[in-house]
Every structure is written in C-alpha cells, then in structure tokens.
Write a protein that binds this ligand. Sequence first.
Ligand code: GLC
Ligand code: MG
Length: 716
Amino acid sequence: MKKFRILIINLHGLLKGSGLEIGRDADNGGQTRYVFELAEYLSRDRHIAHVHLMTRLIDDPQLSDEYSLPIEIVNDKLDIRRIAFAGKKYRLKEDLWDHLDQFVANAHKHLKKYNILPDFIHSHYADAGYASCELASLLKVPFAHTGHSLGIAKKEKLEAMGLSKDEGEKKFKFSKRIAAEDETLKRAKFIVTSTSQELETYEKYSNYSAATFKILAPGTDTEKFIPYYQTYPDQDVPEEELQRKYWVADYIEKFLANPNKPGILSLSRPDRRKNLHTLIEAYGKDKELQSLANLIIFAGIRKDIEKMPESEREVLIEILLLMDKYNLYGKLAIPKKHDVENEVATIYRYCAEKRGVFVNLTLHENFGLTLIEAGSTGLPVVATKNGGPSEIIPKCKNGVLVDPLNYSEINQAIKRILTDEEKWKDYSNQGIINVQKHYSWGNHVKTYVKWVREAVESHEKTVEDSRVKLKGIGKLFASDIDGTLISEEHDHAGLEELITLINSRPADLAIALASGRSINLVLKVIEEFQLPLPDFLVCAVGSQIYYRHNHDFRLDRGWSSYLDKDWNRQEILRRLRSLDWLDLQEDEAQNPHKVSYYIKDETFKSEQFDAVLGKYRSMISVIYSHNLFLDILPRRASKGKALKYICRKWSIPSHDLYTAGDSGNDLDMLVGSGKGIIVSNHAPELRDIPTRKNLFRSTKPAAAGILEGLRHYGIF
Ligand code: GLC
Ligand code: MG
C-alpha cells in the first residue's frame, strides 16, 4: 500500500524537538502541543513515509537558537522545516497576516530545492489555512485543515465585550482571518474538528455548506499520562521522574496540615471562566468535604501577582481572599508554579495515588483535554456538563458531569467519588482503558491516515479526469471585450451568432477574455450579455490572470508574483505626479500591478514621460490606446504575455492561439506567434500595423468581424 509523505503547516508559536514552551504566551498552548504530538505519532505509523512539520524560522536573541535551524531532524521520519518570513524576531500570530504570501513563496522554493513533493498537506489555524490554499494549488496536492479556534466566534465575543470594529481589525486582523477561514472551508478536502459542538461553530461562515467536516478528538500522550500504578516498563524509573515526583509533593504538601488526605485537584489558567471561585466556595461552605479531603489548585504560574495582567490578577486575588474568608489554611494548597509541560502528568498521578478527584468547573469548555489526561492516569473526574465534556465523559466513563454553578450538585458528586471505594475504582479503571480506546494518538492516527488515503485517491482521480480534459485542449481563442466582442456603436453586430457558435464549440477549443477591465467589470459584462463562461480571464490589460474552476474564477498567483520583478509601483506614481497632462483613473482601474491614467489632450508626450521616469522607464510596459488611456504595467505584463503564459502552462501550442482585438492594448496579443484578428472598427493606433501572414483584418465590425476572422482561420 502507498505510504504518504505529509506536510504539516503550523506558522505561529514555537516548535522544537527538544521540548515545547507550553504556557509561554497565548501562541504556545494547546494547539502547539496538539500539532507537535500529532506529527510525532504520525511519523511512527507504518503507512506514513515521512512527516515534514513546517513552521516559521525565528532568529531572536531572546529565544533558544534552536528556532533558527532551517532543518531539524526529530526522528528518522520526522523533521521540522523552518521557513524565514516576516523578519527574524519572534512575533505573535496577529502580526503574521501581512507576510503570508512571503511564506508561501519561500516554502515553495524550499520544497523545490530539497525536492520534496508531499502527497498531502495539513494546515493548523487560519494563517496556515491561507498558506495551504496557495501551496496546495501550486503543488497540485490535496490538503486538510484544523481551525483550532475561529475568527467569527472571537470577533463576536470581543465585540460583545465592547471592542470596536476598528480596534478588532487593527489588533486581530479579523477580516483577513475570516476571509482565509472561508476560503479554506471551500478548498480543503476536509476540515477536522474535535467535537460536534466545535463543528457547529462553523455554521456562521458563508462556505459552511461547501465544506466537508470530520470529527476527530485530539489524541492524548498516553505514554506520558500513564496510570498512577504503573511504574516504567523496564521498572527503571528515570531520575527526572523521581525528582519531579519529589518536587510536586513538595509544592503541594507545604500548604497542608494533613497531606495524607485525598486531594480535590483543579488545574487551569487563572481565567474567570474557569470558575475556580465556585469550587473554593463550594469547598469552603462544606465542613464535611473539608474533613474528607484537601483542595489543591494549580492556577498557572505566578511570581508577583501585582505585576500580572489585570484579568489574572483579579482571579488570583479572589482565590486568596476566599481562602481567608473560609479559613482554609492548612487545607487549601495553591502552589505558585509548576512545569506546565512536564509535571502535569506527575500531579495527576500524585492525586490518583492518594485516591483523589479532578474537578473542572469551566462555564463552557471547548474540548476538555485535562479530563482525558486525568482519566488516562486513573484519576476520576467531576466535570462541567457544558461543552466538550458532555461528549468525553459518556465515552470514557471516568466520572460525573455537573452543573458548574450548582454547589450541592458539585459537592455531592465529589463526596460520592471520595467515599465510595468501588465507584472510585470503577471510574479510575474505566478512564485508563477508555482513554486508550477513544483518545489515544495511536487511534487518532489510524483514523486520520484512512481519511488521508481517501483524500489522496479521490484527488488523483480528479487530476486524471482534468488531465484528460486539459489534454483535450488544443486551441485557445482569446477576445478583447470593449470595441471587439461588444460594441454599442455597431449594435453588438454578430454577437448572438458568435455566442451560439461558442456555446457549441468543439471540445478542444478553450476560450479566454482578455480585457483592460478589472475582474469585477469583466464579470459584469459576462452577466449583462450572457456571454459563455470563459476558461481563462486575462484582466486589467494582462496584469491579472484568472482561471475558471466550476463557476469561480481563481487568481493565478504564480503570475502575480512573476510580475513583481523590478516593479516599483509607488515610485512610478510618485514620478508621474508631476505630469499635468495625466489624470489618474478611478480606484477600480488600479491594481497592485497596474497604474492607469487618462491622457488629457489626446497627445502622449513621450519625451517628458521618459525624462521623469528616468531609469524606471525601462522597467515598465507602457500601453496607450484610443488616444485616451495610458496603462503602466510591470515589464513582464501585457495581454499577449499573459496569454503566452497560459499557453505554456496548459500546453497549448502557441500557433494555435487565436486573438481578436480593436486597440493598442491588444496589439501585442494580435501580433504574437498566434493568429490575430483586427475588427474593422479598430482604434487609430492599429491603422498602420504592417500586413503580415497571421494577422487578419476583418471587413466587419465587432463580433461580426471576429466571426469573419475565425471563419477565415477555419475555426468555425
Ligand atoms: C479599460 C480599463 C482601463 C484601461 C483601458 C485601456 O477601460 O478599465 O483602466 O486604461 O481599458 O487598457
Ligand atoms: Mg478594446
């Protein structure tokens, strides 16, 4: 069976093989861990040939220099490939949005240089989703995506809390993020969500119904979260684990008068929604519970509470005040720090050994990984019934769901587990077994690889189909629109007949529209005149190419980045400002690779023009038409060059390119290596083009002239 080479893209946060920095900041949390563990477990699967984990290269004196290694080998089937973009310094994800095209270009180069062609790409989070849409189409491979969190939900939440639209845009780049998420929904072969509730949060996206969703919970590192009773396989407990055990006991026990009692454990960031105060109050009000067990709360890492962000400070101060209010000295442990990445498993095991219980009363929990990890060590749980836990607990059977605001329900559930030994044992054993069964990475990977296989196979089939279709294309007819295909002055002569013929054209003939108009204006005219949907669009005088995919037109980004060479739009605008005989056209006529003017008095003063441009003159194409329009494009752009590019890309012989036009902006496509048709109503600048073999001058205007030309060439 085919083995797969998988490219995983995760652009923000910090990834390295020698240990993650979980908890460092908002970009180094659950997602980072999820992606790294997935990559690792995936690389161990026998159906996987190789996993490349692609991320950003960061060369920042504040950080470990491991992040500046372009290639890090993690194991013989897993490497991390770091691509430089957006500078060298570490940046949070919100600051990467403007640099994603740079990532795509550099990643593409890297893959070419190392001769890597993945069978499948998987992106994590919207920024990587954006990049995957591009890379997957450049490499012509399928991809899948995991959102991790969604822009619309975050935007709505923050706006409800008073954030203005402008601030949201500035700080979080919501419009870019949401657009990327929407595009990804449409283009990915499938989208992975952790739960069915997470799936529902996608409903607000316009491409929701175009997407294919698959639900698959993240795996748990069951080798790390081993059962409390299990010593290491070779009975030889590593020294670090002994040390961890010692220090975990030390952090906790120094708070407690009677450390031998079972512990009620909670472990979360100091976030109001985690609802820690309710747990302390429930415990504080219940003397019986206090005599049964200690309360152990790990609420993040703190040094100086006064210097912490306000939201965290408030939560921590409240905890301390509640401890005082209910006089919980000697009963409540609130350790100041722990090693988030390495000690959590030890903490669960410590509590399980003492027959304790893990409690998570978050008001709404998106997933609830802690419940699975606790379960995997054999520590029973009491969990909020809101969100992910209501899917996890029925599967793992490792505890009880409660209303996170109902004191008596919470206390009853905790007491029952602490006092009924059979119950405790049952929850503990079930947790260990069922987490293995439902939430281990081993199982996750198995299901995932099956989906990858299906996706790759169906992709190969469609590629084959479209190759057959494209192979069938032998000829391309490209027409200008204004003055050529349509002409009011000539009552759109011949248009209807031409449309009918094109609609029933032979299968080997592809069609393109090549216009000075922007894409929006081209689409408008297609709609207005009910023109046949072309296979390609050359818009804005060749500064943009689109190709059709069903009813959509997709920008050919390869063409756009090819045009970047030697192009300095700002400088051209700046220099031409001094010419008072030029008037800038409307915004709609401008684009990143086109600057267009009107010429005021019908004379193009080429000497002045050349003088102000200086050395920039040789870097641009200047296209003058109808004694009125002046288009300035990158040197590499024009209608003719864009068509040449299309022919090369789709293997259409250049002598089988047929073009029709009426003005100066059509000139280079008319006299290229294909066959040109000049309609009789052409602009003055086409009057004196020397006669040549493959240039036909129609006697008729507009569409009627096109027809005459195509008949002349034997197309119809
Ligand atoms: C179209 C475009 C305009 C351009 C002209 C000539 O009218 O909208 O920007 O200058 O064609 O190419
Ligand atoms: Mg025209």
